[in-house]
Write a protein that binds this ligand. Sequence first.
Ligand SMILES: Cc1ncc(C[n+]2csc(CCOP(=O)(O)OP(=O)(O)O)c2C)c(N)n1
Ligand SMILES: [Mg+2]
Length: 579
Amino acid sequence: MVRPAAARVSHSSSLRRTADVVVEEIVRAGCDRVFGVPGGPIGPVFDALYDRSEIELVVSRHETAAVHTACGYALASGQVGVSISTCGPGLTNSLTGLVTARQESVPLVHLAGDVPRADHGRASVQEVGPYGLDLADGYRHAVKMAIEVTHPSLARVALRRAFTVAREGRPGPVLVILPLDILTASAEIVEPTIAPRTIEAAVPDEEWERIARGLASAEKPLVFAGSGVRISGTGSQVLELAEALQVPFATTAHAKGTLPETHPLSLGVMGHARSRWAAAYAEEGPDYVLALGTQLSDLATGGYRPLAREGGTVVQVDVESTSFGKTVIPVTATLQADLRTALPRLLRIAKEIGPRRANPALERAKAGPRVEQPEDLESTAIPLSPARALADIERSLPDGATLVADIGEHGVFALHYFEVKRPGHFYKPVASCTMATGLTLALGMAMGDPRTPIVCLTGDGCMGMHGLELITAVAHRVPITVAVFNDSSYGMVKFGNQRVFGRSHPFEVGDVDFARLAEAIGAIGITVTRPGAIDRGMLELAQKEGRPVILDIKIDRETPSPGNNRYKQMAAAGTHRSI
Ligand SMILES: Cc1ncc(C[n+]2csc(CCOP(=O)(O)OP(=O)(O)O)c2C)c(N)n1
Ligand SMILES: [Mg+2]
């Protein structure tokens, strides 16, 4: 496409417009796609993007979705995600996405405009707060770092720093606020030199040896992997460690997809939506637990259930010291270390020690079925059982596909029933539990790695929040498959309230025909009502046609997920009892 030149004053060669410098830095960081919703004060950045054909602009319907989609893109492509919003409502709409990026540990740079500084506090349109909210200050606690560019010469330093901080240590979002007067101004640019921060594993070898020996000599040891294992890309090393010592392993719900659940040492998911194997192994309480890259949150532990038996040992290893001391469950020792440097050291020692003796507790735990109601996976009932629909999806996944699950009962079904055969092919955002995060992340993932087919399992409620983002998928010919578990309600809260209060509003969200909605936006729509109707051809259609496919799966509205032990926790909280 031939693009007209901008109608703007040209500057002398040594002076650079801030907006152009910002976009140059995006290119320099290796980002080839940005996601955003435009608006006045951020206008110069969009204008500067107009000149850069190497960056594709994806226009979203809502800023939360723009940030989430940028996150998905980052996760799948390995780049830092870049999202863009205007000020005021654009930035407040972005906040949820920024919190998601923080909690999912996604490297992201968010660019937000601001009213010109001369208008701060003068009741200018889209300025937030009665006297002008200090946005950088207001958002500082939500993001990894917030930078307000206060002089045009500092744009390059600010952006370079933003991209560096977003990636280093535990990745996360950096907010860069760019007032309109700065974006349009030109200045001599300060050239930064920023050395990346290295997190040195200061833990001595004796510590790792103590842990390896503890796991090897315990009666009932456990390696418990959290999402830090996925973020650091150390799943295969955790697996090697477990194999070297012959120690069983489990993942948090958030880390499901990091380790193979078909492995003889796997107990599946522990905590929220836990497998029956994990429940059985946890029953008497392990005596030695190595918790890797987890904050031991309520979901990770299934309502702050202690990980070890009384008198047992729990060692928590995490790259960020802020992950420690957040939980009420007993932890014996905390070690701050980057798993990428820690695991090779631990593994070397573990290999010297060699495999432990047989573990009868593991055999006992795995004697029964992995899931609560295995018969549901084969159910022939109509309306369709959610477990059966999930089993049909699992059986029909295209080769190498990733299943991304959203927030709601459908997501808990996926956590509990889906069996991870190959690591990296399941993802469920769990930390912030923001509805439609799965859908919007999945969209970004499908754009970030076109070789991996993406099937997103979402709910009709989530579709109501961000379903129209699929217009973006149509516009960019993204071959994503979206399987909607349609129960015409906010199922999770309906079942939750029934459990907690003994009654509930139906929380109906209408009998929406998502197949027709799909057709209306230019996607392919298919209605599914029968068990066995979902097949491989259906899940390969999006790739074949080069556009999104929405499956409107009419599931039984009265079947709660078996794995949702959160209700019990909420009920207990209501009566101020501990559980
Ligand atoms: C932004 C946001 N608002 C509210 C909630 C609380 N909530 C959790 S699940 C859910 C219902 C989800 O409905 P749907 O997508 O239809 O999934 P279902 O539970 O029916 O499978 C709600 C309202 C939330 N997690 N996030
Ligand atoms: Mg629903």
